[in-house]
Design a protein around this ligand. Sequence first.
Ligand code: FE2
Length: 235
Amino acid sequence: MQMVQLNDTGWAKTYLIYDEKSCKAAIIDPVYDFVENYLTTIDEMELELEMCIATHTHADHITGCFTISQEKNCDYVMWHSTPSLGVTKYVDENTTILLGEQQINFYHVPGHTEDSMLVVTDNHVFTGDFLFTGEGGVGRDDLPSGRMQAHWDSLKVMKNLDGSLLVCTGHEAPGVEMQTLDWNNEHNPILCMSDYTEFEKWQNDTTAQLGYVSKIKVALPANLFGEVPEDIPWL
Ligand SMILES: [Fe+2]
């Protein structure tokens, strides 16, 4: 499967994946603010968008999924237990989606949110905020439906995956390069921990540093209800 990361600015990452032969594509974690850019890129690349995928219900940005899926008349895909409205296709561990002949599979990894999932292709794993690259560790667990113990328990899912997969995360500090799962098993502090209390301390320390999620009061209800708010203060 081919992959390009689409966001030039900000910490959020959006990925376009596509099958070169059939030109069928999916967009993963699109940000509402950049929807017009994504649609232009998809047209310029002459791709046929089959679906928008959200790795979880985001709290820090309005997802572009419901807007793009309506505009392109394609599916909005999320984990089956998601509370988010506007989703048209629910997936679980037994779901295989095809883009041409290329497969996409899904794994439940609750913790950052209850509806967090991994999206896995032949050469990439899209982790959302479940796992970041290297020192980035993992996403916070103190937002609605977040649970630290569940996050810790979900880490074992990574053991089922091929170490050569490139880890494509939902957020990354500017300049951080994507690495494989094998690399992260050695360099991500969370994947090197053997004990839950260590994880709990890391999460509590990191969350204290991060502080308040600035867009949550607008972004989270928008994503839950699948509606673009009338007033978006940052646009
Ligand atoms: Fe998130």
